[in-house]
Design a protein around this ligand. Sequence first.
Ligand code: SF4
Ligand code: SF4
Length: 59
Amino acid sequence: MPVLIKKEKCPKCIKCPAINVCPNQALTQNTLQAPEVDIDKCTECRKCVRLCPFKVFES
Ligand code: SF4
Ligand code: SF4
């Protein structure tokens, strides 16, 4: 199962740092939006889950 993104919890960091830690380029972000996950690329490594201080990512 890919991660779930709880967008309502995201205060929208200017650039989401999780994008650069994802080993599969599964995360993208439009300016001032919560990130999106490409469910076909996510391998549920949970790096983004551990990184986000607001618990936006769930797995
Ligand atoms: S690190 Fe978390 S709070 Fe910050 S933009 Fe990414 S998902 Fe949102
Ligand atoms: S769980 Fe891993 S592969 Fe999936 S979006 Fe997060 S960092 Fe990327």
